[in-house]
Design a protein around this ligand. Structure first.
Ligand code: VNL
Length: 390
């Protein structure tokens, strides 16, 4: 009797030893989400984390027999920190996928780690065209600045805007926006009379805007990263530039849905081009906006949120397609070519470039039910990144 009990417990102990550690590891699928949660780009981190958590709440945290674990780390948008966190996540946490990346330098700093460790890197925010070329393991679910800027350069000259001054943040996405806007506007018979660049860190827009006032173009084209738009708008209006007959135009980063409501009626009528608006009138988006608000004290999802939400979709579906058994290469292959309806509209991941192909909308700031929205009035369908053609 005693022997049998001993034997039984010994067998049990062996079974536990043999299976427990392996099961715990094998049944987990880890997503390392690196975002700016503090500092100048904190709104981007907050939006993307909220969207990722919403996606998990709606779609469950078990996929193909694996328990999804989301590990969120704050890189404060300092690229050296991003790189260190990515390294730790790959080596210590053994993450299956790296994701997030609020700004271009953070995405680029991580690219060699993705390549060396064969870990898919899902870029949910950063939007310089060349990012996807930095590693064959990068897949992007945000947008590119050339994608957005070219649409606006087609619209402007048809709408009385011929002479434009550009004002961009002086780094990857700003330089892309400046270049592709200018090229297309010039092609369309317009002219960029001056190209101004402001530092990314702690920008002071005042001296630049004063200069624009003196130059008196038909319009000022602006690219600043998400979170900086309200400061530009405030100073633009304070200087009475709208009253001086200068229009403000830009990619949708400047009329960011996260901040738009606080910009005031001075923002009414501003035309921008972008891939996502909170006001996108599809049933899927209405559900998304409502659920996002409900889960986050009424917060509006912006274009960063949609990049995070769709990034999670791409990861979940890749895990399903590989039946929970795929390594980095198999997951990457299952991410390429995914085609689906996003809250932004239809989109797909181009299998060749691993970049997002999507509609770009022209939008105008309007008031509806007492709130400011980017209301879409035109669409250019299935836009590939123009930066890839060269
Ligand atoms: C970038 C591009 C960042 C667009 C942004 O906001 C943005 C980037 C933080 O590639 O760094 O709106």
């Amino acid at each position: 009797m005693q022997n049998r009990t001993l034997l039984a417990s010994a067998v049990l102990a062996m079974a536990t030893l043999a299976s427990a550690p392996a099961t715990a590891q094998d049944n987990k699928f880890k997503i390392g989400l690196i975002l700016p949660m503090t500092g100048q780009q904190a709104t981007t981190g907050r939006q993307i984390e909220a969207a990722a958590r919403l996606y998990m709440a709606q779609n469950g945290d078990t996929v193909a027999g694996k328990k999804i674990e989301l590990i969120v780390k704050d890189d404060t948008s300092v690229p050296d920190v991003t790189k260190r966190l990515a390294q730790e996540m790959v080596v210590n946490d053994k993450v299956n996928v790296l994701a997030g990346f609020g700004i271009t330098p953070s995405a680029l700093a991580t690219a060699p780690i993705a390549t060396q460790s064969k870990t898919p890197q899902v870029v949910m925010a950063a939007a310089t065209s060349s990012i996807t070329e930095a590693s064959p393991y990068i897949v992007r679910t945000s947008f590119t600045l050339p994608q957005a800027a070219v649409a606006l350069a087609d619209w402007a000259p048809k709408n009385g805007i011929k002479k434009v001054v550009t004002l961009v943040s002086d780094y990857g996405p700003g330089i892309d926006a400046e270049k592709y806007f200018k090229e297309r506007l010039t092609f369309n018979g317009g002219q960029v009379t001056e190209a101004l660049r402001v530092p990314l860190r702690n920008p002071d827009f005042a001296p630049f805007l004063q200069k624009v006032r003196d130059l008196k173009p038909d319009a000022l084209f602006v690219f600043v990263p998400s979170g900086a738009g309200a400061a530009v708008m405030k100073q633009f209006l304070e200087r009475g530039m709208d009253k001086a007959g200068i229009k403000l135009i830009g990619t949708g980063d400047v009329t960011d849905d996260d901040q738009l409501n606080d910009m005031g009626d001075g923002a009414l009528g501003v035309v921008t081009s972008h891939h996502y608006s909170t006001a996108h009138p599809s049933p899927l988006n209405k559900k998304f906006v409502e659920a996002f608000g409900k889960a986050n004290k009424g917060m509006r999802p912006n274009f960063m949120a949609v990049g995070g939400y769709d990034g999670m979709r791409v990861i979940y579906e890749a895990l399903k397609a590989t039946k929970g058994n795929g390594g980095g290469d198999a997951l990457l292959a299952a991410m390429k070519g995914q085609i689906f309806e996003s809250p932004r509209g239809p989109m797909f991941i181009d299998a060749q470039t691993r970049d997002v192909v999507q509609n770009i909308y022209l939008r105008k700031v309007e008031k509806k039910d007492g709130q400011l929205y980017n209301v879409e009035f035109d669409v250019i369908k299935d836009v590939k990144d123009p930066g890839k053609a060269k």
